[in-house]
Design a protein around this ligand. Structure first.
Ligand code: ADP
Ligand code: MG
Length: 954
């Protein structure tokens, strides 16, 4: 247990290097370092506990200045480290540095690290509770950096009269990481609250407080240590940094806390009885650090630049003044009962001595005042007083009932004493009241802050709603114009649709006409083919007839020949009957001639017929050509129609899509209009009558919305009806289109069929022509034959004549013998020639019949192919239909989806409107370890234990 010990404040000085802008400006490096404790500026030396040159690293500085303080704080002492200096002299660099850079980190992170490391190496019976606070003082208002809602905290005194910031957030921490997180949080909050952080940080003090409580679980000894780490505001006068925008009051306030710090330090340095701690919150909080129970280190940060010459000097002077301040440090130990008792005894003793002394001195003073000379032996003597106290003690011990000796006490003195007590009590009361008022101010300012925040929010809301209103108004206008344009467009589209419908009607009419034409053509074709068949049959008949005739000719010839042979025989065998037979021959000849003439006439008729056939064939081929041409024209037209139909359906689809789009647009526009109107109404109502109750407005709005909704629904339903009718129309059109397509397909098929038939016909025609040619040839042959026959007949006639002459001569000569076997041989030759001709003809005929049969065989194959094609067409059609249905279903689904999304989006939009952004306050208990209920214990090794006397603040 240590007695109170007096120490002076430790003051060190640190110079930063010239910064780049100073170097480029060509500033001179003014400090000259002589030894580790002296720096000279312009020849004038300034002495400190330590002077650090510009090249001092962070770790060097820490080891030399701050490391010891960890041990002190964990040993139960209070500690404070100030950083004082003008802006950008390196205060923040010294205190914080780069918080997460192991080389560049300043004192705070190193201390935090060291505290925990030290704790880890301490006695296992020790239990530590560490809590941290972080606040800043700006314009003499304490703002909690760990809870942005606490903007004007008040300072109170604990039972030991040690000031503390009442109500500031204290976070329990159990690791260096948690401490660093807390610092990060605080810094973030600080950044969020201000616009110009550099300016703000140069005008505000930031204070980081580490509070360490330890308890020895065995001895129940409790100790506390508080460590204040203070980054002061820039020491320059605010005017110099160019605070043009700052109002005078603010400038005064900014300077106030630093000047009161200066005053406090001056007062302490001069040893004056009154120290104006209460002048500013900062000095009040740090009361203990300045001339109180604290090991205080002040870091004087200086710029080495010649530009900052004056400021550097004043800073150094301040530091020198602060160096004279004496603090009385006590171990902050909570005493055990035994310790308290002995302490009480001691104090009582002391009290007694002091009381005697006071009374004595007062008496003496009164005598002096009343002009009475006091002899030397009666003047105050320490030894005598002590002896007197002892005597008094013994007397007290001997006789407790004896009356208290009044040592020359006068009524005036008594009065003063009582007055003094009263006054002291009064002062304490007043201070208490002051603190209470402070607290009240704090609460009020918190309330104001909240209200201000609310007002700002409201203003923002108002502004945003006004802006919204404006934008909505413009939007509304735009939408209205757009709506107008859309209506126009819809009109146009409808017109176009009508036109399309008319066009479509025309086209369908045309198609119908074409179909009719086609039918007519096909009928004609049928007629033609029937005529062709009739011609064919005629041809067949003719052929048959020719055959028949030929047969008859051969028959005739054969009978003729037979007759001739008979005549020959008769002539050869019977000469007597010659006269008779010549008569018979004559008769036979006439018969033959008759036959021949008949044959001739028949041949002629045949020729005629064949000519007629030829002409009819030519005609039919002509007609065929014509019909073919017509067919191609028809085909062309059909394909044109097809293309047109396609384009029409496409345009129809386009139009439908457009229509849909427009409808959707119109829907959304209506919705928008309704919403906007409602908004407008709300706004106007708000504006007009703010006092009017919200219910009325709500009702009105609801009514409005209801009416709009109804109108909207009506509109929607009418639109839906329209849509339905349009859909119906579209389906009808599609159906008719399909029908036409089908018709077209059918026509095409028919056309194809006809074409093949036509080809067949032309081929047949060709064949027929070939046949005709052959027939011609046959006729020629027949003619030749005729001629030959005629010649033969002539020869026969000649022969007959010769024969008659011969016969007559034979009759005359009787012996004359005629050789007629030669003639019959020649005839036989001719007959064989004819027969071969006939044979050839029959061969040709057979060939033709075979060809015909082959073609007949071909027909079913072609028919089969045709059927396959038709089936394929049908399958394709079915597929098309299915695809269309699928598309329709997809579209419907898509529409439903769109509707659903729209519905879902609507409330979302509404929800967005309602939520104003409110910053979430950070309160103790929200963060792990921040709850005061959770006591994190760190049980560790400690060699030094115990202590005596002290206090436990907050
Ligand atoms: P202050 O907090 O006093 O306004 P800062 O600590 O922000 O000043 O320092 C201003 C600038 O100077 C910073 O960029 C800092 O990195 C730099 N600086 C300050 N002291 C030193 C030093 N000892 N060594 C290197 N750079 C320093
Ligand atoms: Mg700073």
């Amino acid at each position: 247990m240590a007695d109170p010990a007096e120490t002076t404040i430790k003051v060190v000085c640190r110079f930063r290097p010239l910064n780049s802008s100073e170097v480029t400006r060509g500033d001179k490096y003014i400090p000259k370092f002589t030894g580790t404790d002296c720096v000279q500026i312009a020849g004038k030396p300034y002495y400190f506990d330590h002077v650090f040159q510009s090249n001092t690293t962070q770790v060097e500085f820490y080891n030399a200045v701050a490391q010891k303080i960890v041990r002190d704080v964990l040993g139960g002492y209070n500690g404070t480290i100030f950083a004082y200096g003008q802006t950008s002299s390196g205060k923040t660099h010294t205190m914080e540095g780069k918080l997460h850079d192991p080389d560049m980190m300043g004192i705070i992170p190193r201390i935090v690290e060291d505290i925990f490391n030290y704790i880890y190496s301490m006695d296992e019976n020790l239990e530590f509770h560490i809590k941290v606070s972080y606040f800043e003082i700006y314009l003499d208002k304490i703002k909690d950096l760990l809870d942005v809602s606490k903007v004007n905290l008040s300072v109170h005194e604990d039972k030991n009269k040690v000031p503390y910031v009442k109500g500031c957030t204290e976070r329990f921490v159990s690791s260096p990481e948690e401490v660093m997180d807390t610092i990060d949080d605080g810094k973030n909050n600080r950044h969020v609250a201000v616009t110009n952080m550099n300016e703000h940080s140069s005008r505000s003090h930031s204070i980081f407080l580490i509070n360490i409580k330890q308890e020895n679980t065995q001895t129940e000894q409790k100790m506390t240590g508080k460590l204040y780490l203070v980054d002061l505001a820039g020491s320059e006068k605010v005017g110099k940094t160019g605070a043009e925008g700052t109002v005078l009051d603010e400038a005064k306030m900014i300077n106030k806390s630093l000047s009161s710090l200066g005053n406090v330090i001056s007062a302490l340095a001069e040893g004056s009885s009154y120290v104006p701690y209460r002048d500013s919150k900062m000095t009040r909080i740090l009361q203990d650090s300045l001339g109180g129970n604290c090991r205080t280190t002040m870091v004087i940060c200086c710029s080495p630049s010649s530009f900052n010459d004056a400021e550097t000097r004043s800073t150094l002077l301040f530091g020198q003044r602060a160096k004279t301040i004496k603090n009385t440090v006590i171990l902050n130990v909570e005493l055990t009962a035994e310790q308290w008792k002995s302490k009480w005894e001691k104090e009582k003793e002391k009290n007694k001595t002091l009381k005697t002394t006071v009374t004595w001195l007062e008496n003496e003073l009164n005598r002096w005042r009343s002009g009475e000379p006091v002899p030397v032996e009666e003047q105050f003597d320490k030894e005598k007083a002590k002896a007197e106290v002892q005597a008094l003690d013994s007397a007290l011990n001997n006789d407790r009932t004896a009356p208290q000796p009044a040592l020359g006490s006068t009524p005036g003195v008594k009065l003063t004493d009582a007055e003094k007590h009263k006054l002291e009590a009064e002062i304490t009361k007043l201070y208490k009241e002051l603190d209470d008022k402070d607290e009240e101010i704090n609460q009020q300012s918190q309330l104001t802050e909240n209200l201000k925040q609310q007002m700002l929010d409201q203003e923002e809301l108002l502004g945003s709603s006004r802006r919204d209103h404006d934008t909505l108004q413009t939007e509304l206008n735009r939408l209205l114009s757009e709506n107008e344009a859309s209506k126009e467009e819809v009109k146009e589209v409808l017109q176009a649709l009508e036109e399309l419908a008319v066009n479509y009607d025309q086209k369908s009419q045309e198609v119908e006409d074409k179909a009719k034409e086609f039918e007519a053509l096909s009928e004609e074709l049928n007629q033609k083919s029937s005529s062709l068949t009739s011609i064919d049959s005629e041809l067949q008949k003719l052929k048959e007839m020719t055959n028949h005739q030929r047969k008859r000719v051969t028959e005739m010839m054969s009978s003729l020949l037979k007759d001739l042979a008979e005549i020959g025989i008769a002539v050869g065998s019977n000469d007597i009957k010659q006269q008779d037979s010549s008569g018979v021959m004559d008769e036979e000849f006439t018969v033959a001639r008759l036959y021949l003439s008949k044959m001739k006439s028949e041949v002629k008729t045949m020729v005629k017929r064949s000519k007629h056939l030829e002409s009819s064939q030519a005609e039919s081929s002509l007609k065929l050509d014509q019909s073919e041409r017509e067919l191609t024209a028809c085909q062309l037209r059909v394909s044109q129609h097809e293309a047109k139909i396609k384009s029409l359906t496409e345009s129809l689809q386009n139009v439908e899509q457009k229509k849909r789009h427009l409808e959707e647009n119109v829907d959304s526009l209506h919705e928008e209009i309704v919403r906007i109107k409602a908004q407008e109404k709300v706004n106007t109502m708000e504006k007009e009558n703010e006092i009017q109750s919200a219910n009325e407005v709500k009702d009105a709005v609801e009514k409005q919305i209801q009416s709009h909704r109804e109108a909207h629904q009506r509109q929607i339903s009418s639109l839906r009806d329209d849509l339905d009718s349009k859909d119906k129309l579209v389906t009808e059109l599609q159906d008719s289109n399909q029908q036409i397509m089908l018709e077209q397909d059918r026509l095409r098929l028919e056309h194809e069929k006809l074409k093949t038939a036509d080809q067949e016909k032309s081929r047949q025609l060709q064949e027929l022509t070939v046949l005709q040619d052959r027939r011609e040839q046959a006729r020629q042959d027949l003619k030749g034959l005729e001629e030959t026959v005629a010649r033969e007949l002539q020869t026969l006639h000649n022969l007959r004549r010769l024969f008659a002459q011969d016969l007559s001569t034979r009759v005359k000569k009787k012996s004359q013998d005629l050789d007629d076997s030669e003639g019959s041989a020649a005839q036989k030759q001719k007959i064989s020639f004819l027969e071969s001709n006939l044979e050839r003809l029959t061969k040709v005929h057979k060939q033709l019949v075979r060809d015909n049969a082959d073609l007949r065989c071909e027909i079913p194959k072609l028919e089969k192919r045709l059927r396959a094609t038709a089936e394929r067409v049908k399958a394709l059609e079915a597929a098309l239909k299915e695809a269309k249905e699928n598309a329709a279903r997809d579209r419907q689904r898509y529409q439903q989806d769109v509707e659903r999304i729209k519905d879902a989006a609507k409330p979302k939009n509404m929800g967005r409107r309602g939520s104003a952004q409110i910053a979430k306050p950070i309160r103790p208990g929200q963060l792990p370890g921040a709850s005061p209920l959770i006591h994190r214990s760190i049980l560790l090794q400690n060699n030094q234990a115990g202590g005596r006397g002290g206090n436990d603040s907050s």
